[in-house]
Design a protein around this ligand. Sequence first.
Ligand code: NAP
Length: 289
Amino acid sequence: MGSLAIGISGWANIAANGMSYFNQNRMVVTYVVHARTYKGEYNMLEGKVALVTGASRGIGRAIAIALAKKGATVIVNYGGSAQAAKETVEEIESLGGKAQELQCDVADYEACGEMIKTVLEKYGRLDILVNNAGITRDGLILRMSEADYDAVMSVNLKGAFNTIRHASKAFLKQRSGKIINISSVSALLGNPGQANYAASKAGLIGLTRSVARELASRGICVNAIAPGLIASDMTEQMPEKAKEELLGRIPLGRIGRPEDVASVAAFLADPASDYVTGQVLCVDGGMAI
Ligand code: NAP
């Protein structure tokens, strides 16, 4: 199946480039097809500038690396984990990519304005914005404090508004752009003990669809990803019993990896998804079926 897919895209490449290999040895043809196809895929984001919030750890780090592997220059935003952000940048550089870390509390509207300004001044453009930064402050509704509700909404939902609000002008001027918001299956299914978190992630879906409608006429795509249970520092804090219970609800029978989310984010960031906007892609092993 894999070789068939490569074969078809390979023939498409040959057709597009007006090259004729039909009289050559079949092995040589296959080799050339592989080389051309893969080179194209790896460089899909060459010349693009991406900002990933909360990229110091977990899913955000994996997304930053995936975008850099496709050729994007990546701004690795972080809140408090300076060393971890530096390690993300070093990992990207060790793979031959380009990245820099940039501290900013996404809950701070003015600070987000400064962050976007810094990126635009240094790189002259912004092509991809991934709103990934997120926190949990779990508790049953009867005991949930107002402070815990507000903290989660400020980072998870208002944080995305803050960056989108400040970045939209640049996207509109460029008449292109990709915005990817990291929501959660909690937004779709609800989750006991996560009223604040699920509400913030459901809000993110409303934000995604509204902004997608507003910006579509300028070729800007806005989508959300709803991860299920993904191994990270965030889920590390969960009680084992709760994780086991969730695992039992995953048809694919395993906890996800940050890279499972990153590969879908990389797809939504590159031109292969130019006709996809306003969507919520579940990356959850089938949990929300
Ligand atoms: P994580 O390991 O806890 O990482 C969270 C990231 O967000 C860190 O890089 C953290 O940076 C950053 N962050 C937190 N508050 C911030 C703030 N105010 N300003 C800037 N950055 C901030 O979490 P994760 O599991 O990778 O989750 C990433 C995203 O996926 C979150 O939005 C989460 O809700 C969502 N998600 C995760 C799962 C899952 O199962 N893991 C499932 C569904 C959705 P610092 O440490 O530098 O502050």
